[in-house]
Design a protein around this ligand. Structure first.
Ligand code: PA5
Length: 335
């Protein structure tokens, strides 16, 4: 395999034709714009439950939301059907970047049969048409990005609307998150991690409160770098997955994602897990999240993962924007 040095700008332009790097690094602008376009969208709560509907690069916004909102339970729906326990006190968030994802559209139709409140986040498609027709609250985010590169628009539109509606109190945290992204320097760390991961299967282990971040890393490694990657949480992986280090069938690289404020027993478990896997001959790195708010910690950790997946795509010489196999499934299903 030809090794791509990150200094080789022409080669990078050849691989990253659609300039995914620009979209990844524009996240602070996306967040600021999300706050602007959603500032007039308000919902009539209170809500006793939130159901986040969305797949892939859109579904992850709801997953991150679940790790952020502690006043109301957030349920994830990645299916053609909505859970039966939705009621008039529920909020359904229908999130599809394209607005044409069939699972999300099926849930949109199912939402019509409930008495729940609905919020739509989309750049267009049939979902936007449905939102207008049924007078659902919606945020129409800009089109032209890969769905997974629009996370700043999606997550922060949802957060802003929930903040406007009194469901969360995150307005100052949003500013701090943008600041953390702009002030931080993530590139060198991401490049060095991508270099270490090359030729190995990434295993991303987080503490429970950051499980969504680990899932985002996994999905970005899948879609941008086109490799298998796996995510799990500590303590759960200590009760099963840890055994897989006994009989390694391939080379792996482990990333631990945790917070200094995690439960002390989890911090201890990370330490012991790291020792065990090192003894099994597997290299790892620990990402200890720092920041003035959980949102800042999450979004900067997401950003590092996005960059790692991007630089790993360059290392493998694959276009981070192209999703030929996902597109093939979607095409076959429309036949
Ligand atoms: O990142 C991607 O391109 C995919 O994971 C899509 O997000 C996924 O297929 C769902 O499409 P959409 O986000 O348009 O609903």
């Amino acid at each position: 395999m030809i090794r791509v040095t990150i200094m080789d700008e022409d080669r990078i332009r050849d691989i990253d034709e659609a300039n995914m790097l620009k979209d990844i690094t524009s996240m602070p602008d996306h967040i600021r714009e999300a706050a602007e376009i959603s500032k007039k969208v308000r919902l009539e709560g209170p809500f006793k439950s939130i159901f986040s509907v969305g797949m892939g690069g859109s579904g992850i916004a709801g997953e991150l939301l679940g790790d952020l909102v502690d006043r109301v339970p957030v349920f994830l729906c990645r299916d053609y059907e909505l859970p039966k326990f939705i009621n008039k006190d529920s909020l359904i968030i229908l999130n599809s970047y394209s607005g044409n994802t069939e699972e999300t559209l099926a849930c949109a139709k199912a939402a019509l049969k409930t008495k729940a409140n609905v919020l739509v986040i989309t750049s267009g498609g049939r979902l936007l048409e449905m939102a207008k027709k049924h007078t659902w609250a919606f945020v129409n985010i800009p089109s032209g990005l890969r769905p997974r590169a629009s996370l700043g628009y999606q997550l922060f539109s949802i957060l802003c609307v929930l903040s406007n509606s009194g469901v969360v109190n995150l307005s100052t945290d949003i500013g701090k998150a943008v600041e953390a992204l702009e002030k931080g320097s993530f590139k060198d760390k991401a490049i060095s991690l991508a270099e270490k991961m090359k030729g190995r299967i990434p295993l991303i282990y987080s503490s429970p409160q950051y499980s969504s971040v680990a899932v985002r890393w996994k999905a970005q490694l899948n879609e941008n770098a086109k490799i298998h990657a796996f995510a799990n949480i500590i303590p759960e992986m200590n009760h099963n997955e840890i055994m897989g280090f006994t009989k390694l069938l391939a080379e792996h690289y482990v990333v631990f994602i945790r917070d200094e404020q995690d439960n002390k027993r989890i911090i201890e478990r990370v330490r012991i897990t790291k020792k065990i896997i090192t003894n099994c001959g597997v290299d790892s790195t620990e990402l200890v999240l720092k920041g003035s708010s959980k949102l800042s910690k999450m979004i900067t950790a997401v950003h590092v993962g996005d960059l790692v997946s991007y630089y790993l795509a360059l290392e493998y010489g694959v276009d981070p924007s192209v999703n030929h196999l996902i597109d093939e499934i979607k095409r076959e299903l429309t036949k």
